[in-house]
Ligand binder design. Sequence first.
Ligand code: SAM
Length: 182
Amino acid sequence: MSTPKISVLRLGHRPARDKRISTHVCLTARAFGASEVLVSTKDPGLERTVNDVVLRFGGDFNIRTGVKWRRTIQDFKGTSVHLTMYGEKLDDVLPKLAGVEDLLIVVGAEKVPGDVYKHVNFNVGVGNQPHSEVAALAVFLDRLQGGSELEKEFNGELTVVPTANGKRMLEAGHKESPAKPI
Ligand code: SAM
């Protein structure tokens, strides 16, 4: 399956309470092949944190916060998927996403407004047990792309060199550092 352009829409972010988990939604979106994350609540701190990771670790990834989520879903021209424990089985929906060029993936925080379920093309359960938006997003993106996202080159200032034991980083323009103990 060719990989679509993937946007992730994070609903219901409360800057004081959800700082850590929303950061993880954004970083998971980036690391697992999405090209942008849209967050329904304005949060310059979240933008700074994510942009700082992009600056250091590379890749083309954008974050926008304070987006009008209803309009974003309604105006979206591609295919939209809402991840929810109440949705259809992932295995039943994945074949229907073959050949999709633009994909919007919606994840919630607390209760998701009822009209989200009506306005998206698919409501998809990653299993039908309650768990987490981070887990749901990671599993969905991995299954969608068959694991190829983990081979993506980010070409950042910093690259981690896979190491059996210790920590080895490559800085752009510098020699590889020797493995350091963790
Ligand atoms: N009962 C809540 C609800 O209204 O959906 C669960 C909220 S859960 C803490 C936060 C988000 O995680 C959900 O909005 C959904 O996007 C995602 N999520 C949790 N479990 C899921 C599952 N089994 N499949 C897909 N997404 C899930």
